[in-house]
Ligand binder design. Structure first.
Ligand SMILES: [Zn+2]
Length: 77
C-alpha cells in the first residue's frame, strides 16, 4: 500500500500510469525532461488509492513536521 506521507508530495506515493514514473520519482515528459507537474492520471490514481486506504472523509495536511493524515479532514458539520 502506498504511504502518502513518505515523500515530498503525496502524489509521489503512487507510480504514474502515463509516463511510468515509479513511486518516489517525478513525472517526466516523452523527451525525458522532468515534467512541470504530475500527470492528471497520476493525481487521479493517488486520489483513488488515498480514499481506498483512508476513507473519503480523510484529508492530507502539510504540517511543519511533514505530511499528516487527518481521518476526518473532509468531514463537514
Ligand atoms: Zn507521469
Amino acid at each position: 500500500m502506498p504511504d502518502f506521507t513518505e515523500y515530498n508530495h503525496p502524489v509521489l506515493a503512487v507510480a504514474c500510469p502515463t509516463c511510468r514514473a515509479a513511486a518516489g520519482a517525478w513525472c517526466h515528459c516523452p523527451s525525458g525532461h522532468r515534467a512541470a507537474d504530475f500527470h492528471a492520471a497520476r493525481r487521479a490514481e493517488a486520489d483513488r488509492q488515498f480514499i481506498a486506504q483512508h476513507g473519503d472523509l480523510a484529508a492530507i495536511i502539510h504540517a511543519a513536521s511533514g505530511w499528516l493524515i487527518d481521518p476526518r479532514g473532509r468531514a463537514r458539520d
